[in-house]
Design a binder for this molecule. Structure first.
Ligand code: ASP
Ligand code: MG
Length: 411
């Protein structure tokens, strides 16, 4: 017997028959003797529909009222799922975030969970009931409804699992796990049996949108075993377990390849090489709320320096205008940029203990005559910037250079 938290996203509860499918799935666990807490999202499309309604009322909808509105989506699903469970003969009770005291701060639309009172849920579980909780919502100390940011139901599920010290938090979704890379780019991409929290964070922040990033951070912090698996009949399987690094995992060396299509880079050339230059160049960019990703500084022989950095493609024009102004102030030689670039990243905890990974990566790209425009590294990640036209070729070349289509041999 185990205590398991399940989470079903919008597509998994997007229609009456899908909710019934979820009820059958949950019942299977209950019949097996498990205690189950289920967290659900709003039916697919519902949150977007509510956002659009709000936009028709106010140009910039009031944040507090927005949370009152958006939280209704999940309230519909908890009631429907509880009814569906009862129809299968499974006792169940639904709760809003307020009812189970998912206490958050007061940052409407992006609140953080501070505390959860798990007593009521515990009593229901002991009484043999399934507990169905609305994802994405909480309540602040003044009793205001809050929401956790788009995709926040994942975080609700992990937080409940942490509070209840659940054996596992299972995120049911429309894919059957976390893959070595996007199967639309590499058809041979393989589902990973395991990935570490750290690797998952890198994959998620690089655009692999299986889980809300905050839920992964939360799971890592509270050591909640997290599993991603498919909610659809006929696609049952073990999914991917996200967990702490264990002995033997480093042998897998590389877990996956993530990429980001929305990159742009900007260069300012011939700025005087003096203290404070980086600050004068990047300060105004940060003040304009533009996030900077990679930064490279070159030093030339004539006491000038070149600076290159990357931003999100949507911020390119704005960043270019700011940089041109800075260039005039600093007497820089030239400003140029390119918004047709992408970032490809190799992710794996095995990098910590294996030399030669970077050279294998660069060799594979060289063989395809792909020019690397920038490189950055962290302990478990190597990223390169290349021309947009090389994205698919580059990802495929790396996938095969590291044999990611083959399952690693058991340690
Ligand atoms: N319904 C919310 C959203 O669409 C929360 C979630 O689905 O996790 O963002
Ligand atoms: Mg989601």
């Amino acid at each position: 017997m185990a205590l398991i938290v399940h989470k079903y996203g919008g597509t998994s509860v997007g229609a009456v028959d899908r909710i019934q499918n979820v009820a059958r799935k949950v019942k299977g666990f209950v019949d097996n003797g498990d205690q189950v807490v289920v967290v659900v999202s709003a039916m697919s499309g519902e949150t977007n529909r509510l956002v659009a309604l709000a936009g028709a009322m106010q140009e910039k909808p009031d944040a507090r009222e927005m949370d009152v509105l958006l939280s209704t989506g999940e309230q519909v699903t908890i009631a429907l799922l509880s009814m569906a469970l009862k129809a299968t003969g499974c006792d169940a009770r639904s709760y809003t975030g307020t009812q189970v005291h998912i206490l958050t701060d007061s940052a409407h639309n992006k609140a953080r969970i501070l505390d959860i009172d798990e007593k009521k849920m515990r009593a229901d579980l002991e009484a043999g009931r399934v507990v169905v909780v609305a994802g994405f919502q909480g309540v602040d100390e003044h009793g205001n409804i809050t929401t956790l940011g788009r995709g926040g139901s994942d975080t609700t599920a992990v937080a409940l699992a942490a509070a209840l010290k659940a054996d596992e938090c299972q995120i049911y979704t429309d894919v059957d796990g976390v893959y070595t890379t996007d199967p639309r780019v590499v058809p041979e991409a393989r589902r990973l049996d395991r990935i570490t929290f750290e690797e998952m964070l890198e994959m998620a922040s690089l655009g692999s949108k299986v889980l809300q990033i905050r839920s992964v951070e939360f799971a890592g912090k509270y050591n909640v075993p997290l599993r991603v698996l498919s909610s659809f009949e006929g696609k049952e399987g073990p999914g991917t377990l996200i967990t702490y690094e264990e002995d033997g995992m480093e042998d897998a060396r590389i877990s996956g390849i993530a990429f980001n299509r929305d990159e742009a880079k900007l260069t300012i050339q011939g700025v005087p090489d003096q203290p404070g230059v980086a600050y004068r160049i990047l300060g105004p960019i940060g003040e304009a709320n533009i996030e900077i990703d990679m930064i490279v500084q070159n030093v030339a022989s004539d006491d000038t320096t070149d600076f290159t950095f990357t931003v999100h493609r949507n911020d390119y024009d704005k960043a270019l205008a700011i940089l041109q102004k800075t260039a005039q102030e600093l007497g820089a030689r030239e400003v140029n940029g390119d918004d047709r670039i992408v970032k490809i990243s190799l992710v794996g905890v095995g990098m910590r203990s294996h030399a030669g990974i970077a050279s294998t990566m660069f060799e594979a790209l060289a063989k395809e005559a792909i020019n690397i425009r920038m490189i950055s590294t962290s302990e478990i990640k190597i990223s390169v910037v290349v021309d947009e036209k090389y994205l698919e070729l580059g990802v495929r070349a790396l996938h095969s250079a590291f044999n990611l289509e083959e399952a690693p041999a058991a340690p």
